[in-house]
Each structure stands twice: as C-alpha cells, then as structure tokens.
Design a binder for this molecule. Structure first.
Ligand code: SAH
Length: 388
C-alpha cells in the first residue's frame, strides 16, 4: 500500500464543501514520500480519495479523485483532460487560441494548458503536478497531437513549491510567434516571452462584445498587443491604442497590419496622465476600454488599488460622449465582484454623469469559475453607458 496522508476534520470538510485544497495545518500524518499522488484518509482511517502531494507548500494536498481505488497514471490524466477538452468543443469555430485546462476548475489542480493553433503552452504550478509532467505531456500528445508543447514555468508561485522558474520546450518545437484568430480578428501570440502564456485569452468574449458595440472615436487604454483595439477598429472610425510599453505597442502595430487595418493610432503613455490630460483638453470618445493590469496583487494592496481603479474609471466616464460606452475590466483576484461594482458606483457618483450598467461580465467558458473554489475566478468586466 502506498503511503497515505491523514487529515483533520477541518481538512475533510474542505473536500466535502467542494474545495480541493487541504493546508499543511490540517495534515496530521504527512507522507514521507516525494511529491506525487498520495491516498488521503480521514481521522478514523476512512479513505477520502487521492491528492497531489506538495511536501514544501502551505497547500499540501490538492484533490485529484474521490475514488479510493483509482490509479493516478497517464490514463487518468488523459481521461480527465479529455473531459475538459469536450467542454470547449463549441469554441473551435470562433477561435484558434483558448484555454484547454483551467487548473482546479477542470479537476486538474495546478495545471494550466492553453492552445495556440497547433501548439500548446502549459504551466505546472505545484510539485505534485511537476512529478506527473511526463504523464501529462504524453496525455496531451495522445489527445491533441500538437506540433510542440512549451512550459511557461517562469512564474513566482513555483517558489512556494521549491520548483525552479524556467521556460522550456517539452515536446517538438514552438515558434516565437504564433498567428491565431478570434471572432474574425487575427493576432500574434508570444508564447515564449509574452504575458501569461502568450496572450490574454480570458478577455476573448469581452473583446468580441466590445467589437459589436463600438462606434465613432475609440480609445483602448492598457492595450498591450492591441487585442481590444483590433476589435474596436472593425466598427469605430478611429482608435487610439495606448500602453506604457513601446515594445507591446510595436507588436500591436504588427497585429493591425496583419488584419489589413489602418485606423489605429498607437500612443506610448501612462494611462493616468493621458486620461487626465484628455479631460482637460475636452477630447471626448464614443467608446473606451480600460483593461489595466491587476492593481491589487495582494490583499493588503487593495485600498491603494481601489483608488487607482476609481481614478481611471471616473476619468473615462467623464471622457464619454453622450450615449458613449465604456468597457471596464479588473483581473485582480482580491477585488471581489461586489467591490468592483461599488468602485464603479463611486466613480459614477463623482463623474457628474448619468451612468447606466448595460452588462456585467465574468469569465468565458474556457476559464470556468467554480463557485466553491474562489481562486478559480478573478476577471470582472462591466459595460457602461453614459446616458446623457
Ligand atoms: N487589454 C490587453 C491586456 C492588457 S495587460 C489584452 O486584452 O490583451 C496590461 C497592460 O497595461 C500591459 O501591456 C502594460 O504594459 C500596461 N500598463 C501597465 N501600467 C500602465 C500605465 N500606467 N499606463 C499605461 N499602460 C500601462
């Protein structure tokens, strides 16, 4: 019999209540084995299932399977990943880049897998997942026959698992740039050195929404590779794509040409400064997108972050022409839906405008947010209209 972990009543309750993590303080008997899969027992010795075991992390156990008699092997990964792939079949006609596995939300704790056309980018975010690397890679090859699999394991969270940070090719070869499409727009993803796994896949449906409602003079703040700007440019007469990074905008300009467009102007600037000066100079817009980086990276940074969110939203509201639309997003996990909405209400109050909430958006199908696992949800978006 392989070694087992014994957990407290509190640990047992977490699994019963739909959360896959059991913390170090709730593990009363720690397996002496290396990271991998372990059986988990409650205080009375009753088997609770199998978990990924992380000897060094505060998150010791991550639920894999409640079946006491299963074997966690390549076949297990293959059937679990296959289920995640089936859920996403409807995305094939609309995009060639989307998330295939969203970690805990897809029952594959600490595993991320994104598809960019014929290539895959994975992240193995725990020592347990790392221990199954070969099985996971083989399962992905069997299911998807990709031309290459890149591991973007260059993320700080791996420090907590005592895993090295690195980017490496695990199978075949992966190009520096991959051209993908979403809802009729083409763009270049940067799997090796772009943000996240090469693009912000989580905003795909929100970009399509903005593309449908855009008009007139448009502004895309925090544009990165121009992903929102490209959708805006299909309907709007002119678009300003703004970002603090000149390198990001150089890629955005390449993306504009990829689509045969000419109506996007690129501006390297600080969004806070730009919005302030536009307000003073009476420059007004029909459509604005605010998609800032996570201002609240930690819980303690929340109050400062809220001031930042409020400032840009307040100014954007003031910059809207009557009838104009603002799409405002936040990807800060620590900023709840309720606080995000409260911040928007606060900004609306100070803006002096009559502001309506037209739509409130969360995450798309390929980034499922499981209600009993708060960590699977982080993205919020609001479509806002200036009524007069
Ligand atoms: N909207 C993009 C993702 C934006 S990521 C998409 O859908 O793909 C956030 C971007 O904000 C990064 O490109 C970063 O360079 C930029 N940024 C961060 N702080 C900024 C600031 N103060 N002013 C302007 N851009 C900023």
């Amino acid at each position: 019999m392989p070694e087992a972990a014994v957990v407290t009543a509190k640990g047992t309750r977490r699994w019963e209540q739909g959360h896959p993590w059991i913390y170090r303080s709730d593990v009363t008997t720690r397996p002496s084995s290396a990271a991998g899969a372990v059986r988990v027992l409650d205080r009375s010795g009753k088997p609770l299932g199998w978990a990924l075991w992380s000897p060094h992390s505060e998150i010791s156990l991550r639920l894999l399977d409640r079946g006491p008699d299963v074997t966690i092997d390549e076949e297990w990964w293959r059937s679990t990943i296959a289920k995640a792939l089936r859920r996403r079949e409807s995305l094939h006609p609309v995009a060639s880049a989307f998330r295939l596995v969203h970690g805990e939300a897809d029952g594959c704790p600490s595993l991320i897998c994104d598809r960019y056309d014929r290539w895959l980018v994975v992240q193995l975010l725990s020592a347990g997942a790392e221990a199954f690397r070969d099985s996971i890679v083989s399962a992905l090859i069997a299911l998807l026959r990709p031309e290459g699999i890149l591991a973007r394991n260059d993320v700080p969270i791996r420090d907590k698992e005592r895993l090295p940070r690195l980017t490496e090719c695990l199978h075949g070869s992966v190009p520096r740039e991959i051209e993908v499409h979403e809802h009729g727009v083409r763009y270049l993803a940067a799997p090796w050195d772009g943000q996240k796994t090469g693009a912000f896949l989580d905003q795909r449906e929100n970009r399509a929404l903005v593309g449908r409602v855009a008009a007139g003079r448009a502004l895309d703040c925090f544009s990165y590779h121009g992903s929102f700007a490209l959708h805006l440019a299909r309907q709007a007469s002119s678009v300003v794509a703004l970002d603090a990074s000149a390198a990001a905008l150089a890629r955005a300009s390449q993306n504009m040409h990829c689509n045969g467009m000419t109506n996007i102007e690129f501006k390297v600037a600080d969004a806070f400064d730009f919005l302030r000066s536009e307000e003073t100079s009476d420059s007004r817009y029909d459509t604005i997108v605010l998609d800032p980086p996570a201002f609240a990276k930690t819980k303690s940074a929340l109050s400062g972050a809220l001031r930042g969110y409020k400032e840009i939203n307040l100014r954007a509201m003031r910059l809207l022409k009557p009838g104009g639309l603002l799409f405002s997003a936040s990807c800060s996990f620590h900023l709840s839906k309720a606080l995000f909405l409260e911040m928007l209400e606060d900004a609306a109050r100070d803006s002096g405008r009559r502001i309506a909430l037209r739509d409130f958006r969360g995450q798309p199908l390929d980034h499922p947010e499981v209600l009993t696992i708060p960590e699977t949800g982080y993205l919020k978006g609001a479509l806002i209209e200036a009524l007069d």
